[in-house]
Ligand binder design. Structure first.
Ligand code: AG3
Length: 284
């Protein structure tokens, strides 16, 4: 048996699966968990692959660490979405982070992550049991949560689903503006931004909207196991954050598997045809 996620133009990403372990229709989406043959369990939301256990670090590391390591001293962080707990787990690996708030829309994803997945399970269980004093978990819309917040966070990490349905608002100029105001100066914002090759238009739209809001914007990509790679990420700066410069001393303490801070510049590898479209803020 296999599970294939079909992207536009008939491009598929598939895994051989042993069985479906769980299925539920929550208020917001269809949630499925499969046991793959070679990559552990797999989380699927509305037919789109969110992660495989033996590969999720290839997404969560580049999502979280480059942004946090280029901010001079992130102490308070907000994670929007990321109900599996993987992004929160990576944020909490930074000893300088004193407080991390995670806002997940769908309570059912949190429950499934605790009951059926080995990703952020440990962290989520500790938070729910009140044994993770640095973290706070809220079940609500991230878009509503940031509205009206001022200078409340040093870093905002958006781990959303694709920019359709419940997550569409997280790619709107209004949300970027609210997030910008919710950031301190200096502040850093990072979001996943879809498949470079197959969601190019969505990626470019998000990039242009972010350019209208943030002081500087960078695009980077990373090959993610389970997605139509390379996968795009967008970073927005408030104030003096320079996403081209990593704090290697802080990075050395993290024991990373995929993102290589000593080769930070490789993040900016993008197909040539995008350069003109982006007018990229280069790494120099
Ligand atoms: N967040 C979702 C990334 C988007 C995947 N899209 C797709 N396969 N079409 C990842 C959740 C992991 N924390």
């Amino acid at each position: 048996m296999e599970f294939v996620e079909w992207y536009p133009r008939g491009y598929g990403v598939g895994f051989k699966v042993r069985r479906k372990l769980y299925e539920e229709r929550s208020r917001y989406q269809k949630i499925e968990v499969y046991e793959t043959e070679g990559f552990g369990r797999m989380l699927v939301l509305d037919g789109t692959i969110q992660l495989v256990e033996d590969g999720e670090l290839s997404y969560h590391e580049p999502l979280v660490h480059p942004a946090l390591l280029t901010h001079p001293a992130p102490r308070e962080a907000l994670v929007v979405g990321g109900g599996d707990g993987g992004a929160l787990r990576e944020v909490l690996r930074h000893p300088g982070v004193e407080r991390a708030v995670m806002v997940e829309l769908d309570e059912a994803v949190l429950r499934v992550a605790v009951e059926h997945l080995n990703v952020g399970k440990g962290v989520l269980e500790r938070v729910l049991a009140g044994r993770e004093p640095r973290a706070e978990l809220r079940v609500e819309s991230g878009a509503d949560y940031v509205k009206g917040k001022e200078a409340a966070f040093d870093a905002i990490v958006v781990d959303s689903t694709d920019p359709v349905g419940p997550a569409a608002v997280l790619f709107s100029e209004g949300f970027y503006g609210d997030a910008y105001r919710a950031l301190r100066d200096p502040g850093v914002y990072v979001t996943q931004a879809g498949s470079v090759y197959l969601f190019t238009d969505e990626f470019l739209t998000a990039y242009r909207r972010m350019r209208r809001v943030f002081d500087r914007v960078w695009a980077f990509s990373f090959p993610v196991i389970g997605y139509a790679s390379p996968w795009a990420f967008l970073v927005g700066a408030k104030g003096s954050v320079d996403f081209g410069r990593v704090d290697l001393a802080r990075a050395a303490a993290l024991d990373l598997r995929y993102y290589d801070p000593e080769r930070h510049e490789t993040l900016f590898q993008l197909p040539r045809y995008l350069r003109g479209l982006l007018a990229l803020d280069a790494t120099e």
